[in-house]
Design a binder for this molecule. Structure first.
Ligand code: ADP
Ligand code: MG
Length: 696
């Protein structure tokens, strides 16, 4: 009898609450038991012997076998912590934070003390830290300050199969480091794919150790016909499983935050319509979710009710939740891919690879025999999915990588030892972008501008904006704008109160610029003494704004180190717009129709987003620059600022030299429009020329 069961477990839960001490004790015991139950524990001695005897070791094991949480602890218990830090890299920030917290719990220490983590703009380590989890991007930046990573005695490059851009670059760099440092232990871990490739990369005598798996059979179901709406189909499947008689938690994969939120809502709604539905804990997880909510997926649901976790790719190999017996896989993921048509990266939804699909299936068989529901047909699996995912380095903009490697003294990038070399096109395009930003000179050498840019943990465009702002005397303002752009979702729009939220937002809007709108929000928050209540009243995420303040302080420090003065120019926001224009030179667009623009460089149409401050203001500037393009039904410009044609003309001297003139303002204006048009033509020519050269 379901309701009886439910009641009983409820009583149990409240009993636990009244007895904190007892429950803590019970927790501790289970943690130890959990550690010893992991597959890696059974082969610990054998594995550690191999690690002791070799400088570089590849460790292969099923997801959930204990690589990420246990390896660093084993190294510590083996004495590696005495001569330096034990570092462990993760491609995803959520994983770095979550795993560090788990390991701190397992060791019974406070997070940030013996065990800590570092991700961009957030360093949760201290003098005491011995085990440091971090994103691969952080370790990559540490190479800049210390080429041989002397503070580490051991480095675990975790999740290598993920082939993230930064991990791939680290591979090339660490290959050199281990050749120089006999005292450094390098461990590369991977789920079951690609191990031989990693071993080959580090030369012949690098052993591979495989952790024997413990997996249960998974029954696999494919859709009979192609599915039209994967959110709909996933919701239906989840509800069917939940109402069916079998126990076990459900894991649903979705490409991104919007789909996840929608799926969660729909499941709750569907179950709400039924009278007798047993309770279900529906839990989202994605990178932008606040960390206290992220932690929920690992906790026992109240009363021991079934959990349905709706996750991005992060649950594919990075995070393992025990107790999953059902997997629902729509077969899609979000990826950043360089789009040659628009000449830059765009985040879009793609079918997963066969290797990914199989990993996802495997998630159902960790604690017992499970089931996996693929929302695509068997034929689609065979005919439409790539065998394995294309490594990020072969599909994204490399401007940051180029900047970093150049400043590490790697002159000929085409000769750098990559595991899989990026396509020459991408490399040259990225170099071209850096050249237009003034970071590289005509011979491909780093300029002094480029050397300053690399100091910032930002995209080249934003670092450029900061540096220029100092010269233009508006760095105080631009510092705020750049910080706002580094933090997602400032405004919020709760269900049922959309109109009120929109009205509040409108009050902040500066008609000619989304960037200035951001600035305006921050300045008003500052005026209100950084009040949390004020944020809530104005439908602003207080956590996000606090983060902006932290990011701002960190960027300010870097500027001061570089002796870039922090100056405010008060209300002269035209200068701020000009500064914005100087950095987004690449993303300039000209008005073509109502709300419709074309990129001046590529001629690609792009549209004002309805959430833009410029939208529906009865005002359409002739020229705008934008932060990024998002591809949905249309190509929308995200975060837009109106600019003057004359600025573009002035700022593009590599394409066009402007003539001094003594015309009237009106004539000047027309002249500059002509200038920009000529410049556009020249830019297109330059791009074509580049392509011709590539073909040769
Ligand atoms: P692998 O790296 O081999 O995939 P992990 O070390 O990540 O394996 O996971 C080992 C175990 O630790 C899993 O059973 C997982 O459920 C558990 N675990 C990992 N992170 C957490 C967490 N934050 N809370 C609770 N359990 C966790
Ligand atoms: Mg792992």
């Amino acid at each position: 009898d379901d309701s009886g069961n439910y009641k009983e477990s409820h009583q149990f839960a409240s009993h636990m609450k009244d007895n904190e001490a007892v429950s803590d004790f019970a927790m501790e015991k289970t943690i130890k038991q959990q550690r010893e139950y992991l597959p890696v524990f059974a082969c610990r001695q054998k594995m550690m012997n191999v690690i002791r005897e070799n400088n570089v070791v590849i460790i292969v094991g099923e997801t959930g076998s204990g690589k990420t949480t246990q390896l660093a602890q084993y190294l510590l218990e083996d004495g590696f912590g005495e001569s330096g830090l034990i570092g462990c890299t993760q491609p995803r920030r959520v994983a770095a934070m979550s795993v560090a917290r788990r390991v701190a719990d397992e060791m019974g220490v406070d997070l940030g003390q013996d065990v800590g983590y570092a991700i961009r703009f957030e360093d949760c380590t201290s003098e005491k830290t011995i085990i440091k989890y971090m994103t691969d991007g952080i370790l990559l930046r540490e190479c800049l300050g210390d080429g041989t990573l002397d503070q580490y005695s051991a480095i675990i490059m975790d999740e290598a199969h993920e082939r993230s851009l930064n991990t791939d670059v680290l591979f090339g760099l660490l290959r050199e480091v281990v050749a120089k440092r006999a005292d450094l232990k390098l461990i590369v871990t991977s789920a079951t794919m690609d191990a031989d490739k990693f071993a080959d990369f580090f030369g012949g005598n690098c052993p591979t150790f495989t952790i024997p798996g413990r997996t249960f059979p998974v029954e696999l179901f494919h859709a009979r016909t192609p599915v039209e709406d994967y959110v709909d189909a996933a919701v239906k499947q989840a509800v069917t499983i939940h109402l069916g008689g079998m126990d076990g938690d459900i894991l649903i994969f979705m490409p991104g935050q919007e789909d996840i939120e929608c799926t969660c809502e729909m499941i709750k709604e569907k179950l709400g319509e039924l009278d007798e539905a047993p309770p279900l804990a529906v839990l989202p997880i994605y990178s932008q979710l606040p960390s206290d909510l992220q932690a929920k997926i690992f906790q026992r649901a109240p009363g021991g009710m079934r959990k349905a976790i709706v996750a991005t790719n992060i649950a594919e190999t990075s995070l393992t939740v025990d107790g999953i017996l059902f997997v629902i896989d729509p077969g899609f993921c979000k990826m950043k891919v360089y789009n040659p048509r628009i000449g830059m990266d765009a985040l879009s939804i793609f079918p997963v690879s066969q290797a990914s699909a199989n990993q996802r299936t495997g998630r159902a068989g960790r604690t017992g025999p499970g089931q996996c529901y693929r929302l695509y047909t068997e034929r689609q699996f065979k005919d439409e999915l790539l065998r394995s995912t294309v490594p990020e380095i072969q599909r994204t903009n490399l401007a940051n990588v180029v900047l970093l490697l150049k400043s590490l003294g790697v002159d000929d990038l085409l000769k750098f030892h990559f595991m899989d070399a990026p396509p020459q096109d991408n490399m040259l395009n990225s170099m071209y972008q850096l050249w237009t930003l003034g970071a590289l000179d005509n011979t491909g050498q780093l300029t002094s501008m480029g050397r300053k840019m690399v100091e910032f943990p930002l995209d080249p465009t934003l670092s450029k904006m900061l540096i220029v702002s100092s010269e233009m005397g508006c760095s105080d303002e631009v510092l705020t704008i750049v910080s706002m752009l580094s933090v997602p979702a400032i405004f919020f729009r709760p269900k049922g109160r959309e109109e009120e939220a929109d009205a509040k937002k409108e009050k902040f809007q500066v008609p000619e610029s989304d960037h200035l709108t951001f600035l305006n929000v921050y300045l008003q928050w500052r005026e209100h003494k950084y009040s949390a209540k004020w944020c809530a009243d104005n439908y602003l995420h207080v956590k996000a704004l606090k983060k902006v303040r932290e990011v701002r302080a960190q960027l300010k420090e870097i500027m001061q180190d570089l002796k870039l003065p922090i100056i405010s120019n008060g209300n002269e926001w035209d200068i701020v717009r000009k500064c914005i224009c100087s950095a987004y030179f690449h993303n300039a667009a000209r008005l073509k129709g109502i709300g419709e623009y074309v990129n001046v460089r590529t001629g690609i149409p792009c549209f004002l987003h309805p959430t833009s401050a410029l939208f529906g203001m009865g005002f359409m500037p002739d020229y705008v620059v934008y932060h990024e393009l998002i591809m949905t039904a249309k190509e929308y410009m995200q975060c837009v600022t109106a600019v003057d044609a004359i600025w573009l003309a002035e700022l593009g001297p590599m394409f066009y030299s402007i003539k001094e003139s003594k015309q009237s303002r009106r004539e000047q204006k027309m002249e500059s429009v002509r200038t920009v048009e000529t410049m556009e033509a020249e830019m297109r020519e330059a791009q074509k020329e580049m392509e011709r050269r590539k073909e040769e």
